[in-house]
Design a protein around this ligand. Structure first.
Ligand code: ATP
Ligand code: MG
Length: 1027
């Protein structure tokens, strides 16, 4: 409630107690209207719940809603039927006191729906075991069954309960529903035989006919057509669009099984329903005065029974029988359900109870009869109970809180209750007396007797006793009661009959003989033998009400007052006249007056202080002292006047709503400034804590990282120190040239390791790269091996890549190297020059020579200078090498052929000249002696000759001079001298003098061999390597 105090302008107040103008009916209705418009159908009067039927589904009965109200204080949430249900449940559990919820209101106001909602709330929110589930199911399923047999379509409500119902729900010590018990009140039996226009008989008849299986209907002798049955067509509307009898039948049929009806029991029950329908179709004929059944031969016995009666009497006897059969069957049904709901667990006899009373509210029609009299009497009794209990609890609260009792001005309706029920003097006693007395008692003698006996009562008026003004609105057959809720005129017609409610003895006798098991239970044989007259209807009702009051008095009550917003069952229509009428007859203004007689608002100190503490600097943000002192300080600060409030032991009582509202408005204003302050505070706080978090995180990361770095440094230092210390590094250095010993072994290993690691990083990149790290003494040999291996490796991988042509070139160079390296001066110059395959091509050689060579393949040709053996005259010639011989040609002439087999040897000087001598055997006549030749490419030419002639071992390199055969046993000599320029000439001594060219040979001598090698290699690498 507190939370909605601020929204009161739009949606009104949630509790009528807070209406400033609480005595104004208009203000009351305006509040209802405001709320109804906003679909707020529930409003409190204190703890009484006022409910307006919305005539539409409001989506406020979901499981979520149930959860919202579960275990929550009344005033913390908006008004709801669940709040009432939960409050009762909690009071039962915590205070251990039985509860009851009294639901009242006129027909169609929503009583039955409210009671169902409460039942559903318990079924869903209460704890449950498997066994409890069965009970829950039965409790819930008892509704459709009772509604089928006890509800009917009326003008006011398509599902109107035609009986009063009080239902106990029993809970075990754990709070689980474990059983139930139902008491029914005053079933409207007359409906069985008669319905007003636009109304129907009880639902079950139509459900059976519409929904019953073919087989079943055949067994019962029924047709699927309600128009065939007299009892179903009195109201002229056997079918209604808003009711689906067929599907309802299925629900009822299933419910009967859930409740525990056997198939036989169901069959017998339906047999009775069918018989009532058949009974209604019994028609009478006969001569005037006497009745006989004309319609069906099978029930001739009925004719016998009715024979002494006239037509009217026979019909009413038939109807009386129908009513009695139906009424008693209904009671049997209730008992049967009770048996199924009974709490059977003997081990825990004790249980708590919540009672639900769904009973007719005040009824005021144009014509009010015996039924309305009973109903309104019932409501007087309930009002009496309400007053007693409310005032009592109010008084108890004042006493408990130590507040002096202030008398409450209210109307006590005990006087009306007494008028109706007092022994000997009350209306019921007088009615009974008239019913029982011999003689010609009638409804009118009853009225006269009333006038005689209670004529002077302030709440009783008849036409005769009334003043002129009242007389105009009263009939002569009426008496008026001034009920607490308003005046009602009752027409006495039928009072005696209805009160007697008699059934002919012979009809009872027949019923006792019935084979139907249900009927034998309904019509007891003992009843026949009992000579005592049964109690009249009014007395029975009075007794049952007295019992009900006893039951209710023993419990703590909650009230639900239902209001119907319009007569057309429409959603959203708020018919003010109709509602004012109900507000009056439900006694709501009276309720409010009683509730407001004391204080409008009361709350426990802690709740009040908690809500409003921010309005006083002394109590904000927290009050440290006693709660009552805190509240006292707070209200004084707020300027409450002494007459506006009282402080009890645990609660504050505020007399006027306006005081509370002023406080509430102040809170609303305060909330804004508080919210801003809180927001600012919170923002600052959250930013600060965010910053703090960031900062500490950064510091943590920094510290961690610094730690890691320091640790690493320390570790390295430690390692170094260890190395120096533990492995006696220094000593090792000193002993490094000594044999391996404990002092130096680590050092030596370390040096080795360092060298190898260094070598790994600095290996030569190619064969020309001569760099190589200097090894430590201990590793010299290994280093050398490694270097070779490395070179081999590089050469090997280089060689793998070279082509066959290059290989051939290299092989020739190798041979040349073997022959001339370090032996002949001009060898180095030949190294970087490629050997060519031939120095003379086909076109350079005379064809005649080629012809003369015939098929011999020429392998190499080079221009040479031949020196005559005698005069040493130089002559240009061509030297041709074939597979078999060396040939010397001049122009087209083949001058000399030397077979390789005949070639004895080859001589050459060690100097840098190009002269060489081919030695041939002197005894060969074909030859004219050894041949002296000079080639510009002497190394290449000689290598080729050595290869072709396979004379590698026959090359002589001479120092100083060469002897050669001239022919005929003579010999010539060639003298070689180093010189600056090549000069070949015949010397005076007859020798051939050769001064070798100095320039080249001098250079070659000065070039180290390695360098020459390098030149070769660099030449090699400058070539594009083959892929
Ligand atoms: N809370 C509700 N929400 C939606 N519809 C409702 C509600 N209460 C009642 N109704 C509608 O009003 C109809 C009449 O309600 P209900 O049968 O409970 O009236 P009643 O007070 O028991 O009447 P009677 O005295 O004739 O038995 C319901 O059938 C339903 O259509
Ligand atoms: Mg009802």
């Amino acid at each position: 409630m507190e939370s909605a105090l601020t929204a009161r302008d739009r949606v009104g107040v949630q509790d009528f107690v807070l209406l400033e103008n609480y005595t104004s009916e208009a203000a009351f209705i305006e509040n209802l209207r405001k709320r109804f418009k906003e679909n707020l159908i529930y409003t409190y009067i204190g703890s009484v719940l006022v409910s307006v039927n919305p005539y539409k589904d409001l989506e406020i009965y979901t499981k979520n809603h149930m959860e919202r109200y579960r275990g929550v204080n009344f005033y913390e949430v908006s008004p709801h039927i669940y709040a009432v249900a939960d409050n009762s449940y909690r009071s039962m559990r915590t205070e251990g006191k039985d509860q009851c919820i009294l639901i009242s209101g006129e027909s169609g106001a929503g009583k039955t729906e409210a009671s169902k909602k409460i039942l559903q709330y318990y079924a869903i929110t209460c704890p449950a075991s498997e066994q409890v589930q069965t009970v829950k199911d039965r409790l819930l399923q008892s509704n459709p069954v009772l509604e089928a047999f006890g509800n009917a379509k009326t003008l006011r409500n398509d599902n109107s309960s035609r009986f009063g119902k009080y239902m106990d729900i029993q809970f075990d010590f754990k709070g689980a529903p474990v059983g139930g018990h139902i008491i029914n009140y005053l079933l409207e039996k007359s409906r069985v035989v008669h319905q007003n226009h636009g109304e129907r008989n009880f639902h079950i008849f139509y459900q059976l006919i519409e929904g019953g299986e073919e087989d079943l209907l055949r067994r019962l002798g029924l047709e699927r057509n309600p128009l065939q049955y007299q009892y179903l067509i009195k109201g002229n509307c056997p079918k209604v669009s808003s009711i689906n009898d067929r599907s309802d039948w299925k629900v009822v049929r299933k419910a009967l099984t859930v409740i525990g009806f056997s198939e036989d029991e169901v069959e017998e029950l339906l047999n009775i329903i069918a018989s009532v329908l058949h009974l209604g179709n019994v028609q009478y004929g006969g001569e005037e005065g006497s009745a006989c059944i004309t319609s069906d031969t099978q029930i001739k016995y009925l004719a016998r029974l009715m024979s002494p009666l006239n037509l009217e009497q026979a019909s009413s006897a038939r109807d009386a029988l129908s009513k009695a059969v139906y009424g008693r069957t209904f009671t049997w049904l209730v008992n049967k359900i009770n048996a199924s709901l009974a709490y059977t667990d003997d081990s825990h006899k004790h249980y708590s109870v919540i009672g639900l009373l769904d009973i007719y509210g005040f009824e005021v029609f144009q014509h009010n009869s015996f039924e309305q009299f009973c109903i309104n009497y019932c409501n007087e009794k309930l009002q009496q109970l309400f007053i007693e209990l409310t005032l009592k609890s109010e008084q108890e609260e004042y006493e408990a809180e130590g507040i002096t009792w202030e008398p409450v001005q209210y109307f006590n309706n005990k006087i009306i209750c007494d008028l109706v029920e007092e022994k000997f003097k009350g209306i019921i006693s007088i009615l009974d007396e008239e019913c029982l007395r011999p003689g010609d008692a009638s409804d009118f003698t009853f009225l006269e007797k009333l006038e005689d006996t209670v004529g002077g009562h302030p709440h009783f008026v008849t036409h005769k006793l009334a003043d002129g003004k009242t007389r105009k609105v009263m009939g002569r057959e009426e008496f008026r009661l001034l009920h607490y809720a308003g005046e009602v005129n009752y027409n006495v017609n039928g009072f005696l009959d209805k009160n007697n409610d008699l059934l002919f003895r012979n009809l009872k006798e027949v019923m006792v003989m019935s084979e139907n098991k249900i009927l034998t239970q309904c019509f007891d044989r003992e009843e026949l033998s009992d000579k005592k007259r049964p109690d009249t209807a009014a007395t029975q009702f009075k007794a049952s009400l007295a019992k009900l009051m006893e039951i209710l008095m023993s419990k703590e009550p909650s009230y639900v007052r239902c209001i119907k917003p319009n007569d057309s069952k429409q959603a959203g229509r708020f018919d003010e006249v109709l509602i004012r009428h109900q507000v009056k007859y439900l006694g709501l203004m009276e309720n409010l007056r009683v509730r407001r007689a004391g204080f409008a608002y009361r709350r426990r100190y802690e709740v009040f202080l908690q809500r409003y503490k921010s309005l006083c600097p002394d109590t904000w943000p927290n009050w440290q002292g006693k709660l009552s002192d805190g509240v006292s300080t707070l209200v004084k600060h707020l300027g409450y006047k002494p007459e506006e409030y009282k402080l009890g032991r645990s609660k504050i009582f505020i007399r006027f709503p306006k005081t509370l509202f002023a406080t509430e408005d102040a809170l609303e204003t305060r909330k804004h400034s508080l919210a801003t302050k809180l927001q600012a505070g919170w923002k600052g706080y959250s930013q600060k804590s965010k910053y703090q978090k960031l900062r500490t995180s950064a510091i943590a990361v920094q510290a961690w990282w610094r730690g890691i770095l320091a640790k690493r440094r320390a570790q390295r230092r430690r390692q170094a120190a260890n190395t120096i210390r533990r492995y006696t590094f220094v000593k090792g250095f000193i002993y490094r040239h000594k044999e391996r010993c404990p002092e130096n072994e680590y050092f030596l290993d370390y040096v080795r390791y360092s060298f190898l690691m260094n070598l790994r990083r600095n290996l030569p990149k190619n064969v020309l790269d001569k760099s190589w790290p200097t090894p430590p003494a201990a590793l010299k040999e290994a280093s050398e091996h490694l270097r070779k291996l490395c070179m081999q490796n590089m050469v090997w991988s280089y060689c793998k890549k070279i082509s066959p042509e290059w290989k051939h070139q290299m092989e020739q160079k190798m041979i040349a190297s073997e022959l001339f390296k370090d032996k002949k001066d001009n060898y180095p110059q030949s190294v970087p020059k490629l050997f060519v395959s031939t120095r003379l091509n086909g076109e350079d050689i005379n064809p005649k020579v080629l012809q003369a060579l015939g098929s011999e393949k020429m392998k190499y040709a080079v221009p040479v200078t031949k020196y005559d053996r005698k005069g040493y005259k130089p002559r240009p010639r061509q030297l041709l090498l074939t597979g078999n011989s060396a040939v010397i040609a001049e122009e087209g002439k083949l001058k000399q052929r030397i077979d390789y087999g005949a070639l004895k040897g080859i001589s050459v000087s060690s100097l840098s000249d190009g002269l060489f001598v081919l030695h041939v055997p002197s005894d060969d006549n074909k030859q004219k002696g050894d041949v002296v030749l000079q080639s510009d490419h002497v190394i290449e030419t000689l290598t080729k000759i050595a290869i072709c002639a396979e004379k590698i071992n026959n090359i002589n390199i001479n120092q100083g001079s060469i002897k050669f055969a001239v022919g005929q046993g003579k010999e010539g000599i060639i003298d070689f001298t180093p010189g600056s320029e090549l000069l070949v000439a015949k010397a005076k001594n007859g020798h051939l003098s050769v001064v070798s060219g100095l320039s080249l040979s001098a250079v070659s001598h000065t070039l180290p061999v390695d360098l020459c090698c390098d030149i070769f290699l660099s030449w090699l690498s400058s070539r594009r390597l083959p892929d």
